[in-house]
Design a protein around this ligand. Structure first.
Ligand code: AMP
Ligand code: ZN
Length: 485
């Protein structure tokens, strides 16, 4: 078996075949957060399903290059910055930082690059120019640049919406009369006073303005895969189902109209996290942030397991009871893992030959069966609920085997370690102490500030201060990581 994924483009589960066999490079682009505010755990359900996809691709032997953008200029960020009386970058910076902290709390593997919209404007301008040159974009009466849908015959292929519905999706009351066709969408919006006020306007040959949200993702993904892989086609593009239309439909139109190449081979979309049947959303006020959970002392492993227990293409209703049940599962798993280490460590005749038969290798046999079931489940369109069911069956039978003094613990632990490289749901080594975590976050910010102003003495002093409390830090391209030692 090999990995098969549901491709929204074809509405079928298809074998995932990258252009070459493993360890082939797989390019993965996931639409990132809009950093106007804190992301809620609904947003993180999508980012976690993408984490599962990314990690399972790596487990399957692929060399994944993961790009996640940060939407730091759009209608919402501009409005929020203006309301706070701040410049755009001043308003978004703390939310970018918070996003990275939440990502680390939830154990989401960092993407390889996080292009920011505000830092990728030249690529956006180039893309608009390319579309203008090809006659697919035009300047509307209001000075904004629009994409002419009539010039892109395959528009609507991803979302399969009827023309009537497409019109509704693209309608923006104020610019309705500026466009040649009501379905056309803005690539570049002429600068308004509010944009100038917050510093969200850029000069371009076709007029001062700012990018549309759809344009941002096309330009950033094409720029990044060009840099990393000299490519103009992504292997996988992912996001939440609400992005299929118009966001992803428009990304396809802009990118393919410019490159004449398929934009993405696989389109993968995750379903919503709901609260009592309603989508979790800032707009409905029914949301919870990752930091809320962290402050309540919730182990991120429980959140991950809770999400894995529902297939990514099914809606999931968030409840405290379900989270508590996942927490109990994580604990049970942690105890089993510990037991494997302890009993193996005591050297109870560990016949550890992988598939060794008989009493000595019982745990190795159970582990081998689990691993086969785990792979079959995840190969089948990332069926994580089935993978988790196989895991807990292994825990159950493994505990019974340990009671009977069976061997094979080292092999069992190795299989679990491999599975955990995907699921990552062992309990946190130390229960998170919210006050300590806040203090660490505050100290890391102080160190960062000192480093930025080249005050390395102060930065070293903060490092020592952290070390004194048992906090070890490491600077990585995606920020400073810490752990308790
Ligand atoms: P945004 O920050 O609004 O750009 O959204 C970031 C991601 O979160 C997108 O991929 C959305 O599809 C996704 N998203 C938003 N609300 C939910 C939800 N309730 N459940 C799952 N994903 C969501
Ligand atoms: Zn996007």
């Amino acid at each position: 078996m090999t990995l098969a994924l549901y491709n929204t483009l074809t509405r079928r589960v298809e074998p995932f075949t990258p252009l070459a066999a493993p360890p082939a490079r797989v390019t993965l682009y996931t639409c990132g957060p809009t950093v106007w505010n804190y992301a809620h755990i609904g947003n993180f359900r999508t980012f976690l399903f993408e984490d599962l996809l990314r990690r399972y691709l790596a487990y399957s032997g692929y060399d994944v290059f993961h790009i996640m953008n940060l939407t730091d200029v759009d209608d919402r960020t501009i409005k929020a910055a203006a309301a706070a009386g701040k410049r755009l970058d001043e308003h978004t910076a703390p939310f970018v930082q918070a996003f990275f902290e939440d990502r680390d709390y939830l154990r989401i593997a960092p993407a390889h690059v996080y292009p920011r919209a505000t830092q990728s404007v030249p690529a956006m301008v180039r893309l608009v120019e390319r579309l203008l040159e090809r006659g697919i974009a035009y300047k509307g009466d209001d000075g904004s640049i629009y994409f002419a849908i009539a010039k892109f015959p395959t528009y609507g292929r991803l979302s399969r919406l009827e023309t009537r519905e497409l019109k509704v999706g693209a309608r923006v009351a104020s610019d309705e009369y500026a466009k040649d066709d009501p379905r056309d969408f803005a690539l570049w919006k002429k600068a308004e006073p509010i944009d100038e006020q917050v510093g969200a306007a850029w000069d371009a040959p076709f007029g001062r303005g700012r990018p549309g949200w759809h344009l941002e993702c096309s330009a950033m993904s094409l720029e990044q895969i060009g840099k990393c892989c000299h490519a103009e086609t992504l292997d996988i593009h992912a996001g939440g189902v609400d992005l299929i239309f118009p966001h992803h439909e428009d990304e396809i139109a802009q990118s393919e109209a410019a490159t004449s190449k398929p934009f993405a081979r696989f389109w993968v979309h995750g379903e919503f996290l709901n609260v009592r049947g309603t989508k979790m959303s800032k707009r409905f006020g029914n949301f919870l942030t990752a930091r809320d959970l962290r402050d309540q002392g919730v182990d991120a492993a429980a959140v991950r397991l809770l999400f894995w227990q529902t297939h990514y293409r099914k809606a999931l209703d968030f409840t405290d009871d379900a989270l508590a049940a996942a927490g109990a599962g994580v604990k049970r798993l942690g105890e089993f893992y510990e037991r494997l280490g302890r009993d193996g460590g005591r050297g109870t005749g560990d016949g550890d030959g992988g598939g060794a038969g008989g009493g000595g290798g019982r745990l190795a046999d159970l582990a081998a069966k689990f691993e086969a079931d785990f792979r079959a489940a995840l190969d089948d369109d990332l069926n994580a609920p089935r993978a988790c069911a196989a895991l807990f069956e292994f825990v159950h039978n493994g505990n019974a085997a340990l009671d009977g003094g069976a061997g094979g613990t080292a092999a069992a632990r190795a299989v679990l370690d491999r599975a955990m490289s995907v699921l990552d749901i062992l309990p946190s080594a130390k229960a998170a102490d919210p006050a300590l975590e806040r203090w660490i976050g505050e100290r890391l910010a102080a160190r960062d500030k000192a480093r930025k102003s080249k005050d390395f003495k102060e930065a070293d002093r903060v490092r020592a201060e952290l070390a004194a409390k048992g906090v070890e830090i490491e600077d990585t391209p995606s920020g400073t990581k810490w752990r308790l030692v």
